[in-house]
Structure formats: C-alpha cells, structure tokens
Design a protein around this ligand. Structure first.
Ligand code: CDP
Length: 221
C-alpha cells in the first residue's frame, strides 16, 4: 500500500488553520482531523468533572477515557474549553494518550461519506509537522498577528452567542500561545521544512490560493 498523503498545518491560536484545513481537505479529497478538538475535549471533560485542567492525574485519565460524543460537543469551541485545552496539552500523559490515535488517523485511509476511500489527510494543530507526522509531504506553519487573530476569534465567539470582549480575547490568545510555545513536551514550533504562511492581511480565498500553490509546488518534486 502506498503511504497516504499528509498535509500538516501548525500554528498559533485562531490563525485560520481550521478553515484552511477544511478547504484543502475538500479540494484534494483528503480526510480532516482537527487535533485541537482532542485537547479541547480533554479540557472540557476535566472541567465538567469538577477537576483542575493542570492536574496531571485528572487530565491523563480524561485523555485515556475520551468518548467520541464529546468531540462534537458545541461547547468545545467556547473560550473556557480553549483555556483548559492548552493547560491539559502541557501534560505529557495527555499527549501520550492522544498520540497513537492521531498517528493512526494519518496512516490509514479514511472512508468518505459515500464510502469511497480518501487518499490521505490534513491534520491541523501545534506539533503535527514536528511530532505527529514528521514525514508529512506538505507542512505549512500558519501565522497571523495576535491582533488579527483576536479579531477573528472575537467574531467566532460572538457568532456562537458567547459574550466576549476584544481585550480579553487578545489576552487569552497571548496566554495560550505562551503556554503552547513554552511547554517542554511537543511545544508549538514550525518544523524546519515547513513553509510559513502569514494570514494577517489575507481573506480565506487568498489564504487558500497560497496554500494550494505550496501544495502544488511540493507535489512537483
Ligand atoms: O482553534 P484554536 O487555534 O484556538 O486552538 P485549537 O487548535 O483548537 O487547540 C486548542 C489547544 O490545544 C491549543 O492551544 C494547544 O494547547 C492544544 N493543542 C496541542 O497542544 N497540540 C495540537 N496538535 C493541537 C492543539
């Protein structure tokens, strides 16, 4: 069997990875895994059990027993789950519990809605190009200024009906980026062979066009 084609998208909070990943997956007939939702689900599970997301034992247990239903919970995208996610994500036991699952997803063809096999996958997160899929054919590190990202996240939270103010969202994003970049285990980092894509001044179509050009360039090699 040929090795499935993998696109790894990494980068800081609210840089637009999810939207780009979905567009790329649809365009190239690839499966999509939002790895951040796994950490958000673990964070949410700990909060709902009344626990502390920085407690290694509670967070690791939640990661080991993570149920699939939680992965589609609307509360995953809340600010509260976002904050808890980067706390549980710093715990090595949590990362270890989620590692195999992510590797398997990237390695195995995923069935399409119509039963047709997809030819590979797009994974977005913080450590896809460095730790989860270091062998990925395409690696893109998606960035944007903290202000642009805070504006996008503010709109997303308000669209969900959450009360959110810009200054607080910006502060949360900065705190989460700092935690994600500073942790010892699989910190957020661009892989050496990743192409950097700054989306601060680009709309979705422009980001997609640039990413598509990066993929096409890699496919030529
Ligand atoms: O959507 P947003 O960019 O705000 O974040 P996310 O992708 O949903 O990820 C939530 C949190 O999960 C991040 O802040 C990281 O702490 C953690 N995460 C991680 O550690 N490794 C990944 N591969 C993906 C997410």
């Amino acid at each position: 069997m040929t090795k499935p084609f993998v696109i790894a998208l990494d980068g800081p909070a609210a840089a637009g990875k999810g939207t780009l990943a979905k567009r790329l997956a649809a365009h190239y007939n690839l499966a999509y895994l939002d790895t951040g939702s796994l950490y958000r689900a673990v964070g949410l599970a700990v909060l709902r059990a009344g626990g502390d997301p920085t407690d290694p034992a509670a967070a690791t247990e939640a990661a080991k027993t993570l149920g699939h239903d939680l992965l589609s919970d609307p509360e995953l995208r809340s600010a509260k789950a976002g904050d808890a996610s980067s706390k549980v994500a710093a715990i090595p036991g949590v990362r270890a519990a989620l590692f195999d699952w992510q590797r398997r997803f990237a390695a195995e063809p995923q069935p399409d809605v119509d039963g047709k096999k997809r030819s590979g996958s797009v994974l977005d997160g913080r450590d896809i190009g460095t730790v989860i899929c270091p062998e990925a054919e395409v690696k893109i590190f998606v960035t944007a200024s903290a202000e642009a990202r805070a504006n996008r996240r503010l709109k997303e939270l308000q669209a969900r009906g959450e009360e959110a103010i810009y200054a607080r969202v910006l502060e949360d994003i900065r705190a989460r980026d700092a935690r994600d970049a500073a942790r010892a285990d699989a910190p957020m980092k661009a892989a050496e062979d990743a192409v950097h894509l700054d989306t601060s001044d680009l709309d979705i179509d422009q980001v997609f066009a640039k990413a598509k050009a990066i993929v096409e360039e890699r496919l030529k090699r």
